[in-house]
Write a protein that binds this ligand. Sequence first.
Ligand code: MG
Length: 360
Amino acid sequence: MAERRIALLGATGSIGAQALDVIAANPALCVCALASRSQPLDELAVEHGVEHVQVGGDLTELLEASKPDLVLNAVVGFAGVGATLWALEHGVTLALANKESLVAAGDLAIAAWKRGGGHLLPVDSEHSAVFQCLEGRSPETVDAVVLTASGGPFRNRSRLDLESVTVDEALAHPTWSMGPKITIDSATLANKGLELIEAHFLFDLPYERIEVVVHPTSVVHALVRFRDGAALAHLGYPDMRVPISFAVTFPDRRPTAVRPLDFSAGMTLEFEPPDPVRFPLLRLAREAGERGGTYPCAFNASNEVAVAAFLEEKIGFLDIAELVEDALARVDGAPARDLSELIEADADARGLASGRLAAA
Ligand code: MG
């Protein structure tokens, strides 16, 4: 494999740390740039011999200066939009862990991808799985894509119970080890909602051909049902190093330290439909996706505000969905023609959600 220079954005988060492990295990990979939102990077820069480092601010300057072959965008939230659009527009391979940027930028990102003509490799485990099952086949060969959800820590809680769950309980994910924002999103199923919209844009499929099923052990990451009646599934222990390694070493599929799937003690795979009453954010995401325009951007923005408020213990668990539903009912949702209009739409939705919080 030829030398590959990687810009790692979100280097101090959970994906960032695991990516550094993967890169260290592959001599052909090197880090040419590191970025974080607020954490210092001096130590990491010395350890990995990285010249281009940035804490906060507009990451496109860092990307221009460091000239990466691959951008691994593991920023959390809308803050990752600029880097996603930069990589897609410039035809630089984008390994995308920052699903929020694709959800929010949607049509703008796809247009930039078409102009740039580079690779867009999902690092989200479900989407990496779909990408691998598809093997580049066109959307018309697909009957439906099925994304699996663990169901989070509250899969078996009643709606009444959910009124009083704590931040610590919500942060205790049963199968995946991840950062706080995505862990809360997994508990509310907003994460699966974001992934539904992400899949729509990545694989060019209408929403009625993207399904979600709850699968508590997270061994099956996704399935693709094809038009000939065959269904392909992607299995493995839940470990983000697999989709990270797949994306940064594509198309080589290099070895990882993850243990192989073991059936010797038997294994049962269970699936159940998601409950729309206890987890309304999945329905809200689907509706926002189907309405199009900047509704997905507003879904993401209001969800970010609500999750931050929940983590600060300002609102309860069920208030997250209420805040998002309220914001979605009040935004105009008109399509964004450029990044500045998108930033405006994001700010509008944030303003509505924050205003509602302040009034509560
Ligand atoms: Mg995922």
